[in-house]
Design a protein around this ligand. Structure first.
Ligand SMILES: Nc1ncnc2c1ncn2[C@@H]1O[C@H](COP(=O)(O)OP(=O)(O)OP(=O)(O)O)[C@@H](O)[C@H]1O
Ligand SMILES: [Mg+2]
Length: 352
């Protein structure tokens, strides 16, 4: 009786631990696991090979961790990995330790997994919003700095035009100076507008206007890179149930990606469409495309194919979280060398 109670007590203790625990013998057969770990297995697990029950673990750094534990009796911090749990992706931090008896002999290994999905998500959102805020501040600062000399240039051009009289050539040069300066002034204004918080109430967003406004800040860069832009916006001027700043952030991330995918020019499309009670926003490019094996990974935090310093791999994961939080979805279709299409679907404003 005492023994049975002690056994139950140990089992309860282990099952109450929120970290997943999996125990294997030296031939990698599962000899025990707690409730939290059992959530991730799809079938009966005890007595079966650990890599069959948890195929995600079948990667070199995990195998190495088990080997080290069993042959050297040393623990390994395997680090974070992404697991599929039902339809969701979860990030788990894995550690593997040797299983030792009281005399110190190793007779298996213990894997401990901690769910770090939420921690990672918050971290990535913070890094991205810090980056965007820094970018916005920088842009606003630069825009402000440019305004002062620009006002002077326009002022002096005006004075000059009065002194050159009817000299046609000088007048045409002056006209160009004024026109081009006004163009700079437009760009500066759109930068300042972009950095300014929107005047739409929380949870409401004019989708077309947000697309136009976000595209405007890239207009010049796109033209210089030989990127043609087509916009096809739904005439009903749909509103989506999302904060304007948040949708702006998502579209900005996708436009930046599209632009970066077309270093030698191409075609960018933005389309909005109402379908039943949802608004669809499609952003398409004719860029380098995404390899099929990467297609499912692009929404993972820190997944990037860009060189160090160019990409942090956060744009899409943060965008995905933002859209999902508002009851929407993001889909991606791509063909290597052909191009990519991202489709955002969001509930319309005012529809329950
Ligand atoms: N339009 C696109 N065309 C081709 N590849 C894309 C496109 N959008 C995303 N990708 C791929 O998905 C990866 C992840 O994109 P994501 O925006 O999350 O990160 P990033 O652009 O690499 O870095 P960051 O956005 O943080 O600067 C990219 O590195 C790229 O490989
Ligand atoms: Mg990006």
């Amino acid at each position: 009786m005492e023994l049975a109670r002690l056994k139950a007590y140990h089992e309860d203790t282990i099952d109450s631990i929120i970290e997943g625990i999996v125990v294997v013998d030296p031939s990698m057969i599962i000899t025990g696991l707690n409730k939290s770990a059992d959530m991730y297995s799809t079938s009966q697990s005890i007595g079966r090979d650990v890599f069959t029950v948890f195929p995600e673990l079948d990667i070199p750094r995990c195998r190495h961790g088990f080997e080290r534990a069993i042959s050297l009796g040393e623990p390994t911090d395997v680090g974070e990995m992404v697991f599929q749990l039902g339809g969701d992706k979860v990030t788990l931090h894995i550690k593997i330790s040797p299983l030792k008896n009281r005399s110190g002999e190793v007779y298996g290994a213990v894997l401990l997994s901690q769910d770090t999905t939420e921690k990672r998500r918050l971290e990535s959102q913070l890094i991205q919003s810090d980056r965007l805020a820094a970018l916005g501040q920088l842009a606003a600062g630069v825009a402000h700095e440019i305004n002062t000399p620009l006002t002077l240039i326009l002022g002096y051009a005006d004075i000059l035009s009065q002194t050159v009289g009817s000299d046609n050539l000088s007048n045409s040069y002056l006209k160009t100076i004024v026109e081009e300066s006004e163009r700079i002034s437009d760009i500066v204004r759109s930068l300042l507008n972009f950095a300014r918080p929107s005047n739409m109430p929380a949870g409401k967003c004019k989708v077309n206007e947000t697309c136009r406004r976000t595209l405007r800040i890239f207009g010049g860069q796109m033209a210089r890179r030989g990127i043609q832009v087509t916009m096809e916006l739904d005439e009903s001027e749909p509103e989506a149930a999302i904060d304007t700043g948040e949708l702006q952030q998502v579209i900005l991330n996708m436009l930046l990606n599209a632009m970066q995918a077309m270093p030698d020019g191409g075609h960018l499309g933005i389309q909005t469409r109402v379908s039943r009670d949802m608004v669809e926003i499609a952003i398409t490019d004719t860029g380098i495309g995404i390899a099929p094996e990467n297609l499912q990974k692009v929404f993972n935090p820190f997944f990037t194919t860009k060189e160090v310093g160019k990409g942090t791999g956060l744009g899409l994961s943060v965008s995905f979280d933002i859209i999902e939080k508002h009851g929407g979805t993001v889909k991606v279709e791509s063909q290597l060398g052909r191009g990519t299409a991202f489709t955002i679907v969001l509930p319309m404003n005012g529809v329950e």
